[in-house]
Design a protein around this ligand. Structure first.
Ligand SMILES: C[S@@+](CC[C@H](N)C(=O)[O-])C[C@H]1O[C@@H](n2cnc3c(N)ncnc32)[C@H](O)[C@@H]1O
Length: 202
């Protein structure tokens, strides 16, 4: 998994040709609404790519929003789409595993990124990154393919997760708020089974 792969994935396919594109408001909004996050709280969309989650955050007047992605091409696409308002967002082109967070975030969102980490060493490194970049009371929302979901995405293998398996990785510092299984409908009408886990840091 590297930036070349993902830059190519974004530059060679248009929005409606990418399986992960959403047709309406992002799934990621569901947990944000229930989490009582303040408008000035620090929110980060991990592997946000060109997701429209950030557009909704700006529309809802959240003022401390960051989007991190390994693909500069994806980030450029999002910035271009947003226009002038993009200046209100902190854009970070980095691999989440090696990124050095400068602040602690109250809200960590990951839709369809963690499941690309198939090596347990990388999975542990990700968990440590969550620990480093959040604080007591922070919300952590991670959506992955469920055990019934696809075995690969964008030509890469994925690891599928149940809520029990995923929450076990975080059990020493987080409590489960909710777990939701849902279907994502791809732009060409097929369904992908997802599991979204909402955790709160102790
Ligand atoms: C399936 S897409 C999902 C994009 C976005 N979260 C959404 O919901 O539309 C996976 C995203 O993860 C990014 N990504 C993959 N590995 C990454 C890593 N190690 N660090 C940061 N971003 C990564 C890719 O560039 C891509 O934008």
């Amino acid at each position: 998994m590297n930036s070349l792969h993902w830059n190519n994935a974004y530059s060679s396919k248009r929005v409606h040709e990418r399986s992960w594109s959403e047709s309406g408001a992002s799934d990621s909004l569901a947990e944000l609404i229930s989490s009582e996050i303040g408008k000035q709280d620090a929110i980060i969309d991990i592997g946000g790519g060109s997701s429209t989650f950030v557009d909704s955050l700006l529309e809802d007047s959240f003022t401390n929003v960051s989007v991190l992605d390994i693909s500069g091409t994806a980030i450029d696409e999002a910035r271009h789409r947003i226009g002038l308002e993009e200046a209100k967002v902190s854009w970070i082109v980095a691999d989440v595993l090696t990124w050095k967070p400068q602040i602690r975030f109250q809200y960590w969102n990951d839709r369809a990124v963690f499941h690309f980490l198939v090596d347990p060493i990388d999975q542990r490194q990700y968990v440590e990154k969550v620990r480093e970049a959040t604080k007591s009371g922070s919300h952590i929302v991670i959506a992955t393919f469920s055990p019934e979901g696809p075995e690969s995405c964008s030509g890469l293998p994925v690891q599928r997760w149940s809520a029990e398996q995923l929450s076990a990785l975080f059990e020493d510092f987080c409590t489960v708020v909710s777990q939701t299984e849902y279907n994502h409908v791809t732009p060409w009408g097929s369904t992908q089974s997802f599991m979204r886990l909402h955790l709160k840091r102790n």
